[in-house]
Design a protein. Structure first.
Length: 402
């Protein structure tokens, strides 16, 4: 059984299981495989061709390709046995099954995003994952949740700003992408299924004046001036993990507002609004011409996967956290952010910018788990990490922040 501190003790045989090898999974796997102390990265995905493609990009002898259907519990457990860490880059529906498999075989865990709520999208929410804290503590292993760019680095930015300030009244995450995709009128730089859920199906939640408030999807928007080269974009309030996490861990310096905004192109907003007008803003099956199907699946099927956009996305993406409060009695407004160019990401690693921007922070979190740099065994959020260590790792691995 691993306690998640093998690198800290100087052990030289580190086995990491990378579950899911899309754009983000590839970046995580390649970043971890470049570490001298990581001796094996198991690349596990249902797409065997994709597994072999990514395996060819890892240093010689470090890749162990494996076709895995994560819906098979025994195959999942067998894949995890003997590893020090499982990095879950699958869709959030797999979060609880993978966490439970890690508990069974004694492997630490990291994922990128939360799901839920079950009553709307049918997947576990963050409270169900945090409820496993006691089991992970008892097992002597660690789980780091929601550790990509946003959530993930955005939360670490919030924690770093929180530590700098005497009072923190507002924490707002902004995600802006001015990119365009060759050959596609509609495209999302990450999972289209998750993007539709967050933008259309889930009522966006914000923390305001001590309580959580819900809004109708695609009703609240504003404009925000992102650092160049992204520039000014219209951003929309959608459902995301950060407001709940910041209210949970960063509220004791007077937090009055925690919320999240993302830039959405006008045609995409109109497409989703039209889908809703047709009565399809749900994940239920309907009957048509004697067949049953989910309109949600139909819409997702018409959109490109992130790996389909490699080399076809141009522009830049910025993710940052704005904090407002006081320092030494003076009002301050500070924005900590990271910018990635889609074109530079393709030139560097052959991926699109969101894959690089999400994968590097995830790999940094994975290294902190492996090195025993979490508060201990148990289940943790990015707000509970040491921000100095995390931000240093981001810079060292090619994702500098400002």
């Amino acid at each position: 059984m691993s306690d998640g501190s093998d690198l800290a003790r100087g052990e030289r045989h580190m086995r990491v299981v990378q579950l899911g090898v899309g754009s983000v999974g590839e970046v995580i796997a390649r970043t971890l495989a470049a570490e001298p102390d990581v001796t094996e990265v198991v690349l596990a995905d249902v797409d065997e061709g994709r597994v072999q493609e990514v395996a060819a990009k890892l240093p010689g002898g470090k890749a162990s390709p494996r076709r895995l259907d994560a819906r098979d519990p025994e195959a999942l457990r067998e894949t995890l046995r003997g590893a020090q860490l499982a990095v879950n880059a699958l869709v959030p529906a797999f979060n609880i099954p993978v966490m439970e498999a890690c508990l069974e075989v004694g492997v630490s865990y990291l994922d990128l995003a939360a799901g839920g709520p079950r009553e709307i999208v049918g997947t576990p929410d963050m409270d169900e994952q945090f409820a496993l804290d006691g089991a992970f503590r008892e097992r002597g292993i660690s789980a780091l949740l929601f550790c990509g760019i946003d959530p993930g680095a955005s939360d670490v930015f919030a924690r770093a700003l929180y530590d700098e300030m005497d009072t923190v009244e507002r924490l707002i995450v902004y995600d802006g992408d001015n990119g365009w995709a060759e050959g596609y009128e509609f495209a999302t730089s990450f999972s289209p299924a998750i993007m539709i859920e967050e933008s259309l199906l889930l009522p966006p939640e914000r923390f305001e004046d001590g309580r959580f408030l819900l809004s109708e999807p695609l009703t609240l928007s504003t404009e925000f001036d992102f650092p160049e080269p992204v520039g000014r974009l219209r951003v929309w309030h959608i459902d995301h993990e950060e407001p709940a996490l910041m209210a949970r861990f960063l509220a004791d310096k007077g937090l009055r507002l925690a919320t999240f905004y993302i830039a959405l192109p006008d045609p995409w907003v109109e497409l989703l609004r039209s889908w809703k007008r047709l009565g399809f803003a749900h994940k239920d099956e309907i009957e048509f011409a004697g067949c049953r199907f989910r309109p949600f699946d139909l819409l997702v099927s018409r959109l490109p996967r992130p790996v389909d956009l490699i080399g076809k996305l141009h522009g830049s993406v910025c993710v940052g956290t704005l904090a407002e409060g006081t320092v030494d009695g003076q009002r301050v407004r500070r924005f900590m952010y990271q910018v990635t160019s889609h074109d530079e990401a393709f030139a560097r690693m052959g991926v699109q910018g969101t894959g690089l921007q999400t994968g590097i922070p995830a790999a940094c979190g994975a290294l902190m788990v492996l090195r025993g740099e979490l508060p201990g065994p148990g289940v943790f959020a990015p707000e509970q990490l040491d921000p100095g260590t995390f931000l240093r790792l981001m810079t060292e691995h090619g994702a500098p922040w400002s």
